[in-house]
Design a protein around this ligand. Structure first.
Ligand code: EPU
Length: 335
């Protein structure tokens, strides 16, 4: 356990916001959590800092997750069960699975952040969500002062949502996740528009986890800004879900509206497309900007503060509401 005092959080968040914190405790193994006494102070578990916007200094203790490790815990001819420690980098785990020809998470290549953050927001891309392979989440509960475990259904997964964003918020530290992948009879999810188009374009018929991961990496690189080069936190907003009635009203005015049916007669609208329709693609505000290649992403173009990024987000919410009557909700965790 390492303790750092009075530090800038700039290297610890992909938006590259220069917020300050008075204390950071670097956690390197599970046991350290039992000995940690937070003395009622607010705390924040920080993984890769890739889904967070600091709008002010953090008054509390930052728990930096550096718990590493990965292991095969069970294996049959068909499947493999893995236990992964929460401080591992998510993309490296995807690459490990792809190298071993294990199938299940290849569509989730190149998502920034740590393994521990993955179930919190039920990360998803190109038709796959982590809930599709997840077996359990293990965590230390600061209220009960015990290690506890939830299985998949107990995690209450939804679209970019889970129990860890709700009743367990600010109470726990995730230490491990268990996932199950396929070794045989692979089932690839290639229905998502971009993947289908690329497979066709590149004339690929023989699929493998590596092939899909490579396509996903190409698509992501072509649209999404690399946080190592330009500050951002991926999609800033969730794609809003609306009723058939709301959708048909929008259709009357915007016949080209992009939407996807979900279950129970609800429809997910492409928020990036809506933002673009409002003429906001590339729009700048005090150093923050709407990304030109994917309008759902806000970038820190030039020394933006957290407040100015939040102001830009509010401008976008307002404009989209005026145009479509639909209120966008942030996907990023705003502090
Ligand atoms: N679109 C536009 N203009 C834009 C952006 C998108 O017209 O500026 C259109 C696209 O052409 C496409 C549709 O909207 O027809 C959907 O776009 P895209 O495939 O890029 O995905 P998205 O819905 O904008 C979601 C996730 C991404 C994930 C992609 C791929 C959310 C909030 N975002 O974005 O996740 O990578 O699908 O599955 O659900 C993230 O969460 O940080 C993230 C990047």
């Amino acid at each position: 356990m390492k303790i750092l005092k009075n530090l800038s959080l700039l290297p610890y968040n992909t938006f590259k916001i220069n917020a300050l914190a008075n204390e950071m405790v670097v956690i390197e193994n599970d046991n350290e959590l039992e000995n940690l006494h937070l003395n009622q102070k607010p705390f924040l578990v920080l993984g890769g800092g890739s889904n967070i916007l600091f709008t002010k200094n953090f008054d509390g203790i930052i728990l930096k997750n550096e718990i590493k490790g990965k292991a095969i815990i069970d294996e049959t001819e068909e499947e493999i069960a893995l236990n992964i420690k929460s401080g591992e980098n998510w993309h490296e785990i995807v690459m490990w699975s792809v190298e071993n020809n294990w199938n299940g998470i290849e569509n989730l290549a190149l998502i920034p952040g740590t393994v521990g953050a993955a179930p919190v927001q039920n990360i998803g891309a190109y038709g796959v969500e982590i809930k599709d392979v997840l077996q359990y989440v293990r965590f230390y509960n600061f209220e009960t002062r015990k290690f506890e475990q939830l299985n998949n259904s107990e995690c209450q997964f939804g679209y970019r949502d889970s129990i860890f964003k709700r009743s367990l918020k600010n109470k726990i530290f995730i230490t491990d996740i268990g996932i199950k992948l396929k070794k045989k009879n692979h089932h690839y999810k290639t229905d998502y528009g971009n993947i289908k188009d690329e497979l066709k374009k590149q004339n690929i018929s023989e699929l493998s986890p590596r092939m899909i991961a490579n396509i996903v990496i190409q698509i992501r690189k072509s649209k999404l800004p690399d946080p190592a080069e330009i500050g951002n936190a991926g999609s800033f907003f969730k794609n809003p879900e609306v009723s058939e009635e709301v959708l048909s009203k929008i259709k009357n005015q915007f016949p080209n509206v992009i939407y996807f049916p979900t279950n129970e007669n609800r429809f997910k609208l492409a928020a990036g497309w809506m933002i673009e329709q409002c003429g906001l693609r590339g729009f700048e505000h005090k150093g923050a900007a709407v990304h030109t290649r994917q309008a759902l992403v806000i970038i820190n173009k030039q020394n933006a503060t957290g407040e100015s990024i939040l102001e830009l987000a509010q401008i976008i919410i307002e404009k989209v509401y005026q145009t479509f009557g639909v209120k966008l909700e942030p996907e990023v965790n705003i502090l």
